[in-house]
Ligand binder design. Structure first.
Ligand SMILES: [Zn+2]
Length: 1048
């Protein structure tokens, strides 16, 4: 919390602050919560927009090691514009965040720093500060009754005058009184406010040429506009549009001619958005101190953006694209007031062939339909905005038959002649029915102009540690066997190439040239100046040389079984691998089992033995050397990604080694305490992970660009990549398991807009050598009231983004800073809600229902391996947890943040899912507290990469015999990782449930069956987030703490 932490952030570059062109510092001034308004002098720290500028101070890797454009003629030049990313006028003085003052004035408030406050979990135990009753600061309700009268007739309104924004269509049933009124006791708000009347400016300016469309920045009237659509010819709105027979006779999902009735309807739909967003549930006031059961029975589902349902129906799936706020604030000032972070969470290359099932618990009627199939379009002319290069998408507007308006920059573009033909319906003249305008997620097979060079073949290079330590762990057998098993399933085509390098204190190459009778090993012992002995025969065509490759894989584990070589020359081995792959690009898979000890990149142990991080800050979260980052940037420039598999019982300095993957868009896998004999469950995990890793889809030489509607800007990226320019991420490889996050700010007020859009375009080379572009477009409403912003808050997305921000903060400042900022995020947003949204003050810790899980999630983060201070945590494990936060897609990340807990000894088929003739029980999710355990039952805890099946001492013998195949509790082994396949209904149910959970993630989950005496019991209990632990607060105490701060 010192200001020195702030200064040093810039220089550090942040081992987790990805890419030099962003600077996480900017978004977290010290002593502030994450969402603190910009401070004077803080602008300079935000070089977010613009060229990949060097970090403002400190050693600048970027400047010296900008990826060379070799092999990519025309590699994108750095954009020269250095736009200010910031944000509205500072308004920090207007609403002083209570949290900050707290942390400045009471840094060691006992309740938080260890001394245990009063007993947890009494329902009425909350001592309510008297201040809470005053309610003096509450804003008067903005509610007006103006909207209550019945809506005027739509047709009249639409035909005679520019429709008022707030016109309610007769069929609209949204409105304050709609919906089951919540119980009076918890209902603190008056009927929800109504949006103010439209700004006068709305009727001018925006769409002058087409009065009927004034209020329609998005393209779609979609199915509900059908009737209006059919009356096109008589409509005033598109005079230049020729009546077109086809258009009139076919249903129009895309509003194209935009007749007035449609316009009115859309306007009314838009008007209803605000009302809709005020659904009693999202803004239902929850007193967290009283309402204990805040977990939904099943999975937490993302909020549905308040768009007209027909528009929302084609919106991008939340599994691919989520925003922390599903209602975008109109101004940065408003965003600052809400004290919630604005950002996007992306899973852009997600496997889309998988079918998704929505549990019966969920109200899925208005959810975006899950993307189950990816439409792929071959087009010689991909239609894009001439000004901002946005791909045409469902949210553009067709201003007439031949012109469309970009939903990002608002430029009006011509519709190309060939786009008038719809290959799907084989009809002409209906551009709005093209698949590009019907699908928020789509993939193009790109024409040659999207290639800077011929698409590269799939290239795989394996770099294997064969030191004594490595051989000891036995990992080599698993890796070689997995490769042998999956050799025919590696993504690729006839051009696929493969190669191997092994290393200890020297580097070993393998000549696999066709014609040799067996692989030829070539040893290079000069690790200071590594050269390639036979450059042309080290990477060979997999099909042509498959037998040699199989020979090598079969013999490798034995070749080094007697080695006594303990040194590790990882750095030189990586340099050699880079030389080998740089002419083409490709994927390096590096397996490392110890700290690199010789040659460039050698590292020294930095972990303090028995490091207990009670209240002290954790050291050595940033890299010890810039070697790995520099090499990664070189790799990125040559389209080489490095995936790191770290298998070790010892400290390996993941914070240094991880840079090699982080900046080259690779993945990091970590198997602590890996040993074939001593830790068999890790072996199982490695095998399963490798199968997925080796066979999953891969994209080579990829870039991803994220665009947003003018007025919004992106300023900080999270994930593994290299930031090449303001909005362009360089991804040497892209894989389907990678997630990304970006933070955004509102540079210009969005006053004239009712919706904004975000578009992520991922250009990559498939393993078959096709250049492809996957485009996702998300559309969200713009709102102008705090209550609407809160109503649209996506608590999981917020939590995930905050976790990424906190990782940056831990590295650039300190762990305690990051923890403070997390707590402040909860305090500030709930304080803002209390003072600015709630109109009737009431005692307690109040949250809108949509954010009721926020304090719980923040507490979960504070107790997570990444950020905890309460328990001894190995440094590499902490760093790995931080890597996961930056890299995992939201859905998987949340499994790790807040584990699922289910009672499983009484599973039934009631409410079960039925997928492909499998019946999958759906037990209710329980609070993470030992209170929920009972000795006569069994519970499953799902923590993402690990599950615990806890067996109570008095668990029913039926469960023990029918599910575990054991006679008694005492017979439960101390190490048990498999559920026997018994022919009983009980066994089938539990296995179905566990399998179903496992299938929902791309990594393997180890299952540990545990009982009271098991060595893993403490780990199981550590996940009981709601309970008091060593020196961390219980959930209830945490709530009291928040309440105290908020009512100050
Ligand atoms: Zn544009």
């Amino acid at each position: 919390m010192s200001s020195s932490g702030f200064a040093s952030q810039n220089g550090a570059g942040g081992s987790y602050a990805n890419g030099p062109s962003q600077n996480p510092v900017g978004v977290y001034p010290s002593n502030q919560g994450f969402m603190a308004p910009p401070q004077p002098g803080y602008m300079n720290n935000l070089p977010t927009k613009g060229p990949p500028p060097p970090p403002p101070s400190g050693p600048n890797l970027y400047g010296r090691h900008q990826p060379s454009p070799v092999g990519t003629p025309g590699a994108l030049p750095a954009s020269p514009n250095h736009m200010s990313v910031l944000t509205g006028p500072p308004q920090g003085t207007a609403t002083p965040p209570p949290a900050n003052s707290y942390y400045q004035q009471h840094p060691h408030q006992p309740g938080w720093s260890g001394v245990t406050p009063p007993p947890p979990m009494g329902n009425n135990a909350s001592p309510v500060p008297s201040a809470m009753y005053r309610g003096g600061t509450s804003t008067p309700p903005v509610f007006q009754n103006a909207m209550q009268p019945p809506a005027p007739s739509v047709n009249n309104a639409a035909m005679t005058a520019p429709p008022a924004l707030n016109v309610l269509a007769p069929h609209q049933t949204y409105g304050p009184p709609v919906g089951p009124p919540p119980p009076a006791a918890v209902r603190g708000t008056p009927p929800p406010p109504v949006p103010p009347p439209p700004h006068a400016t709305h009727s001018d300016g925006m769409y002058p040429a087409h009065p009927g469309q004034m209020h329609r920045p998005m393209g779609g009237s979609y199915p509900s506009l059908q009737p209006g659509y059919q009356s096109v010819p008589g409509m005033q709105t598109a005079p230049q549009m020729p009546p077109h027979a086809q258009m009139q006779t076919q249903p129009q999902p895309q509003m194209y001619p935009q007749p007035s009735p449609g316009a009115a309807q859309l306007s009314s739909s838009l008007a209803s958005l605000s009302l809709q967003s005020q659904t009693p549930e999202a803004l239902r006031v929850v007193n967290l101190l009283q309402e204990r059961s805040i977990l939904p029975p099943g999975a937490v589902t993302p909020p549905t953006p308040c768009l007209p349902q027909d528009l929302q129906k084609i919106n991008c799936s939340p599994e691919v694209f989520r925003c922390t706020l599903t209602s975008i604030p109109q101004t940065q000032t408003l965003l600052n007031k809400a004290k919630l972070p604005l950002g996007l969470l992306l899973h852009p290359f997600k496997d889309l062939s998988v079918s998704h099932v929505i549990s019966p618990d969920h109200h899925c009627s208005t959810l975006s339909s899950p993307v189950t199939q990816l439409p792929v379009v071959t087009s010689s002319n991909i239609v894009r905005c001439r000004s901002c290069r946005t791909y045409i998408n469902p949210f553009v507007t067709f201003v007439d038959a031949r012109r469309w308006k970009c939903n990002l920059c608002h430029r009006v573009n011509d519709v190309p002649e060939e786009f008038m033909y719809n290959p799907v319906s084989r009809s002409y003249g209906a551009p709005h029915k093209r698949p590009e305008v019907q699908n928020a997620t789509i993939e193009f097979i790109a024409p040659s102009e999207y290639m800077l060079r011929p698409p590269q073949p799939a290239m795989y290079l394996y770099i294997l540690d064969v030191s004594h330590n490595a051989v000891e762990t036995g990992y080599l057998d698993v890796v070689c066997q997995s490769l042998l098993d999956n050799l025919d399933s590696l993504p690729g085509d006839a051009r696929t190439k493969i190669g191997f390098i092994t290393f200890d204190s020297t580097i070993h190459f393998y000549n696999l040239q066709e014609g040799l009778s067996q692989p030829q090993m070539l040893i290079v012992s000069d690790i200071d100046d590594v050269f390639l002995p036979t450059p042309d025969s080290l990477l060979v065509n997999l099909n042509e040389c498959k037998e040699l490759v199989q020979d090598l894989l079969s013999s490798l584990p034995q070749m080094f079984s007697k080695t006594m070589e303990t040194q590790s020359a990882l750095g030189p081995a990586l340099q050699a691998a880079f030389k080998l792959l740089s002419p083409t690009g490709g994927r390096m898979s590096v397996f490392q089992t110890q700290l690199p000890t010789v040659g460039i990149g050698a590292l020294k142990p930095r972990e303090e033995p028995n490091q207990k991080t009670a209240t002290k800050d954790v050291q050595h979260l940033s890299p010890a050397t810039d070697f790995y980052k520099k090499l990664a940037l070189d790799c990125s420039g040559q389209h080489v990604a490095v995936d790191l598999f770290l298998l070790s019982a010892q400290y390996c300095d993941l914070s240094s080694l991880g840079c090699i993957s982080r900046y080259s868009a690779g993945s990091v896998y970590f198997y602590p305490s890996y040993h074939k004999q001593h830790n068999p469950s890790q072996t199982e995990r490695l095998q399963k992970d490798l199968k997925r890793y080796l066979t999953r889809k891969i994209g080579f030489e990829a870039v991803m660009r994220i665009r947003c509607t003018k007025g919004l800007s992106i300023h900080t990226f999270h994930g593994n990549f290299f930031v090449r320019s303001t909005d362009l991420l360089s991804l040497a490889n892209v894989n389907p398991d990678a997630g990304f996050a970006v933070q955004m700010s509102i540079d210009e007020n969005l006053l004239d807009l009712q919706v904004v859009s975000f578009q992520a375009a991922l250009l990559y080379t498939s393993s078959k050598g096709e250049r492809r572009i996957r485009v996702h477009t998300l559309c969200l409403p713009v709102v102008n009231s705090l209550s609407d912003i809160f109503a649209g808050a996506d608590v999981q997305a917020i939590t995930a983004l905050l976790a990424s921000m906190a990782v940056d903060r831990s590295v650039t400042a300190s762990l305690s800073d990051a923890r403070d900022a997390l707590i402040n995020a909860a305090i500030d947003s709930l304080a803002s809600y209390r003072t600015s949204v709630l109109s009737i003050q009431q005692p307690g810790l109040l949250a809108p229902a949509c954010l009721r899980l926020f304090p719980l999630y923040v507490l979960a983060l504070l107790k997570h391996k990444a950020f905890r201070t309460s328990a001894s945590t190995r440094l590499d494990e902490r760093v790995f947890a931080m890597c996961q936060f930056k890299y995992q897609p939201l859905a998987y990340l949340m499994m790790m943040v807040h584990p699922g807990l289910y009672r499983v000894d009484d599973l039934t088929d009631e409410g079960a899912l039925n997928i492909n003739d499998r019946t999958i029980p759906q037990p209710r999710a329980l609070q993470l507290s030992v209170e929920k355990l009972s000795r006569d039952a069994a519970f499953l805890m799902d923590c993402g990469t690990v599950m615990y099946l806890w067996i109570g001492r008095n668990c029913s013998p039926v469960f023990l015999t029918q599910v575990l195949g054991l006679e008694s509790y005492a017979a439960v082994p101390l190490h048990m990782t498999q559920l026997p396949e018994l022919d009983t209904a009980e066994s089938a149910r539990l296995r179905a449930f566990v399998d179903w959970l496992r299938e929902r993630r791309p990594f393997h989950t180890i299952l540990h069956v545990i009982r009271d005496e098991s060595p893993l019991k403490p780990e199981f209990l550590q996940n009981m987030i709601e309970d008091l632990s060593e020196s961390a607060l219980s959930y209830y105490e945490f709530l009291l703490h928040l309440q105290q701060q908020i009512s100050k």
